[in-house]
Write a new protein. Structure first.
Length: 153
């Protein structure tokens, strides 16, 4: 199984954190990362899960579009910044098809660390905005296949 962890793209500020939209910079980040990944044929996700926060939803929908994924992004519980990564790790352990998760820091770093090392802390990875990490599940556990961020593209 392949897992893609994606931090939402750059968003505008605002008092209500749940409805902060993507900025122009964030939209450009998605286009750049998406085009690079599409050209490399690097993503094969059958489902796209995102947090209920607007910036994650927008990132998921736009990135799925640029990647030309047939999966329709949908909200999944336990992907907000403050959620317990163990809840998502348990759900992923029961999943048998490639999934893309679009979420937030510090949740994604803790989740990636938990999956790869078995511990949430100290975190082994830090996700920049619009970074994408691919993890593969092997018999021995999860391994990092690659990590890309807008600064690299």
């Amino acid at each position: 199984m392949h897992l893609y962890l994606v931090r939402h793209a750059h968003a505008l500020g605002g008092e209500d954190d749940a409805v902060r939209p993507l900025s122009g910079k964030g939209i450009a980040q998605i286009r750049e990362i998406g085009a690079t990944l599409r050209k490399a044929d690097a993503v094969e996700a059958e489902e796209v899960w995102h947090s209920p926060l607007l910036r994650a939803q927008d990132t998921a929908e736009r990135l799925a579009g640029v990647l030309r994924l047939s999966a329709e992004p949908f909200v999944v519980a336990a992907l907000r910044p403050e959620d317990d990564p163990k809840v998502m790790a348990k759900r992923l352990n029961g999943t048998r098809h490639p999934v893309m998760l679009v979420g937030h820091e510090p949740h994604l770093s803790a989740l990636a660390s938990l999956l790869v090392t078995g511990k949430e802390e100290p975190v082994s990875f830090v996700f920049k905005k619009c970074a994408v990490m691919r993890l593969d599940r092997k018999e021995s556990g999860w391994v990092v296949r690659w990590l890309i961020s807008p600064e690299v593209v």
